[in-house]
Design a protein around this ligand. Structure first.
Ligand code: ATP
Ligand code: MG
Length: 328
């Protein structure tokens, strides 16, 4: 039996807007195995950050369950949430906006440990912060530097040190390298992967960049307008993308064009994105899907296993069994 650290069951997060209910996360079922990385991909606005924030309790869920180590944490009381806060952490895209500009690197790393009463004495906290700086690759001399004096990579290292400082087992990484130069992206990704190996961390890794998610994830879930439309092991998803939306996303990954040293033409995904406010039933990608017909919008779609551990929400993709039956 796989050791599941986090599971969501029919998780929903709606926002009240002037135009109606915005279905940012709409019935998400996910399971993440301890020590592994689940990648969450999809276009801007599909609900990736809202999903991550709801899981770590920055947002109250509208409906559904969040099981952490088998316990439903969606309805916890304030005091219980505080304890949870140290088990689950979040790393953000832009550490600059989440770092107090008037605090030094050392103060920034000390802060979460002091707020959460992680150690008994100040000496222990200072020793822990020096160790964390070393672990995330920040030189000792930077302890008294301020965030604006550092580059994006070092600022993200502070964000990672702050997340690690309270001893979490599960971290939601929300586009942690998207704001960084490509050369620095690899360093931060390698750091995250090394930390995972050494500390047995579990990640939910959110990104719109499929080339980043491929290497870091064991499994990938593809989101479209608040829902997961496909989920599989990383290699399987890239080798056999089945949902028309996933296929379009993968086709849009830039590939280096060796002849002219640039990038080959991208195939943009065609069609209008429909509004996530009061969405119509059925497949939300149908209006952009080249294969859509009435069968896509006259029924609610759920993920079904069509290949081993490969799940797709599309009425026209048959399971291997169904395929065999039709051949007979
Ligand atoms: N606090 C909020 N109040 C109202 N609507 C919100 C709020 N936060 C997010 N939304 C809406 O919810 C939807 C999902 O937003 P979210 O930020 O989760 O998407 P995302 O996939 O993280 O996008 P991006 O790739 O741009 O970060 C969007 O339509 C967004 O406008
Ligand atoms: Mg986001």
């Amino acid at each position: 039996m796989p050791d599941i650290i986090l599971e969501t069951q029919n998780l929903k997060k709606y926002f009240k807007t002037r135009r109606g209910m915005l279905h940012a996360v709409d019935g998400v079922n996910l399971r993440i195995e301890r020590g592994k990385t689940l990648g969450i991909v999809g276009e801007s606005g599909c609900g990736k950050s809202t999903l991550g924030r709801t899981i770590v309790h920055l947002y109250e869920p509208t409906a559904g369950k969040i099981l952490f180590n088998g316990t439903d944490i969606s309805q916890l009381k304030k005091k219980e949430q505080k304890r949870l806060h140290t088990d689950m952490q979040m790393i953000f895209q832009d550490p600059f906006s989440s770092l107090n500009p008037r605090m030094s690197v050392q103060e920034l790393i000390l802060e979460p440990m002091l707020v959460n009463d992680i150690y008994d004495t100040r000496e222990q906290v200072y020793a822990a912060s020096a160790k964390l700086m070393d672990i995330v690759g920040l030189a000792k001399r930077l302890a008294s530097a301020y965030p604006h004096e550092l580059d994006g990579g070092r600022r993200q290292r502070i964000g990672i040190a702050r997340a690690l400082s309270v001893g979490p087992t599960f971290i939601v990484c929300d586009e942690p390298v998207s704001a960084l130069d490509v050369s620095i992206q690899a360093q931060i990704l390698n750091l995250l992967m090394d930390l995972q190996d050494e500390m047995g961390l579990t990640y939910m890794f959110i990104t719109h960049d499929l080339s980043v998610v491929k290497h870091i994830s064991n499994e990938i879930a593809v989101m479209y307008m608040g829902q997961v439309v496909e989920k599989a092991a990383s290699d399987e998803l890239f080798a056999h993308p089945l949902h028309p939306y996933t296929q379009a996303l993968i086709a849009a990954i830039p590939t280096p064009d060796i002849d002219d040293g640039g990038f080959s033409d991208l195939e943009p995904i065609k069609g209008e994105v429909v509004s996530p406010v009061n969405p119509a039933p059925g497949c939300r990608f149908a209006v952009r899907c080249p294969y859509a017909s009435s069968g896509c919008t006259d029924q609610e779609l759920t993920l079904k296993e069509v290949r081993q551990k490969h799940y797709v929400a599309c009425p026209y993709i048959e399971t291997e069994e169904e395929n065999d039956n039709t051949k007979v």
